[in-house]
Design a protein around this ligand. Structure first.
Ligand code: UDX
Length: 444
């Protein structure tokens, strides 16, 4: 009974309100709720979720002053800075009011915040409660951030065009072009954001949507640097019953279409929630898919009207195009045998958890880091670095889906899936990490 009462504790979650960040935070909330915690989501008005989908959570809407905007790599830093400036007072006042009404059996234990919503740590300190960081990307990305001061001292930053293909000392197999900073034009702003996001300040620990079996040595290096407990709990989406946190409506029509395709025959193409191909590349992709003769499921978020009519006639029922797919269900479907991906961290984790090998076409941010690990370290993907042209696209799809090389990659992907699965079983690393995290929160 004592134990039950102890667990009537509240945890406040503060997600960064972009699709690839909201999803893992809500998954974490669902996991902690299943462990007996009350959950409050303090969410910006920007991209505020449909609360009806989450009757088990309480919500606080934070005024952010950001308005309606489409997020891209170009306004990413400015929007994050605005959240950190504008939401702080509102979060503090809302939580202070909430905490005034608490009794000893229903106390707020801590705030768990996305690494980019670092204002929440200051609020936790002002309210004298603990805070924990959730890092929604790979440990390898964080390690590459941690190396920035050293790379600056060694004169590698600003990056030089002539060195882009060289390996980064101490971060192999990453090349300079794979570093997140290679894409951003306003380097000072990005370096400041990274410094803010990296500084654990007084936070007590870091939670990750990754697995110890996947990133053991990288996590060990970060542990050495930060001297904080790390909780690699991934894959979060496999630890909870499916909840859809999609901001866009999922088109379920692709599932009956997949049901009609043969085992491991379909190549699934999706570039996540922000990256997209321009019209020229879309047309090349279309003909590459048509000429590959493989069945395909293609997510085109933007506008599929650029696709030539002759392509639609050529592929007929062999292709299915949607604006937004139920991706986790798609990747778990037995008909799917390959994933042409931008390698966002969620897509990466969702794919390897199902043993689906990838063609890696990273765009920006951490995607190049993820692509490099998928292809060079875990050996479950083919690297796509060419300009988009139909001949090469057709060739890459055939290499993965029907070639000998593809068979080897598929086998490695299956082995990795089994290893990941074991980490979630009783006694596995993610299973143990979750229990340790619960104990830590109960100790606050
Ligand atoms: C962004 C960055 O691009 C990524 O690099 C970083 O790691 C997280 O933030 P995003 O572009 O949204 O992420 O990609 P990703 O991390 O892969 O997340 C996309 C999410 O949307 C996944 O959970 C995926 O299942 C979901 N999705 C995508 C759908 O449900 N349907 C779709 O059609 C496409």
């Amino acid at each position: 009974m004592e134990h039950q009462q102890e667990r009537c504790r509240r945890v406040v979650l503060v997600p960064l309100p972009f699709q690839g960040h909201i999803t893992p935070m809500l998954q974490l909330g669902t996991i902690l709720h299943s462990k007996g915690f009350h959950i409050t989501i303090a969410h910006t008005q920007f991209n505020f979720p449909n609360t009806l989908k989450y009757p088990h959570f309480d919500f606080i809407a934070l005024s952010d002053g950001v308005g309606e905007q489409t997020i891209s790599a170009h306004n990413f830093i400015a929007v994050i800075s605005a959240f950190n400036t504008n939401c702080k007072d509102h979060l503090r006042e809302s939580l202070a009011r909430m905490m005034e009404k608490e009794d000893q059996h229903n106390k707020t234990a801590c705030i768990i915040y996305d690494e980019y919503m670092y204002f929440a740590e200051e609020v936790a300190k002002q309210l004298r409660i603990s805070s924990i960081i959730l890092s929604t990307s790979s440990a390898a990305k964080m390690l590459s951030y941690l190396a920035i001061p050293r790379l600056q001292n060694e004169g590698h930053i600003p990056l030089q065009d002539s060195k882009m293909l060289e390996l980064v000392p101490g971060l192999e197999p990453l090349r300079f072009k794979d570093l997140t900073i290679s894409y951003f034009r306003k380097l000072d702003d990005l370096l400041q954001l990274i410094a803010n996001a990296l500084d654990p300040r007084s936070s007590s620990s870091i939670i990750w949507n990754t697995m110890d079996c996947l990133e053991h040595s990288t996590l060990a290096k970060i542990q050495q640097e930060h001297q904080l407990p790390l909780f690699p709990l991934g894959p979060l989406h496999k630890m909870v019953p499916a909840i859809s946190s999609s901001l866009l409506k999922e088109d379920q029509r692709c599932i009956p279409w997949l049901d009609k395709q043969s085992h491991s025959s379909v190549i699934y193409i999706s570039l996540g929630s922000a990256a997209s191909m321009d019209n020229k590349d879309l047309v090349e992709m279309a003909w590459g898919l048509a000429n590959s003769e493989q069945p395909f499921l293609w997510v085109i978020r933007t506008d599929s009207r650029a696709l030539p009519e002759a392509f639609q006639e050529a592929v007929g029922d062999r292709g299915c195009i949607v604006r937004w797919a139920p991706q986790k269900e798609v990747l778990a479907h037995t008909a799917v045998g390959g994933f042409w991906s931008h390698c966002g961290w969620n897509s990466t984790i969702e794919s390897i958890s199902e043993g689906v090998p990838l063609i890696c076409q990273p765009y920006y941010g951490d995607q190049r880091v993820n692509a490099r690990y998928l292809t060079q370290v875990w050996g479950v993907g083919l690297e796509w670095e060419n300009d988009m042209n139909r001949g090469d696209i057709e060739g890459a799809i055939r290499r993965l889906m029907v070639g000998k090389e593809g068979e080897l990659i598929r086998q490695r992907a299956k082995d990795l899936k089994d290893t990941i699965k074991s980490s979630m079983n009783q006694g596995g690393s993610s299973y143990n990490s979750l229990n340790e995290l619960v104990d830590l929160i109960l100790s606050f």
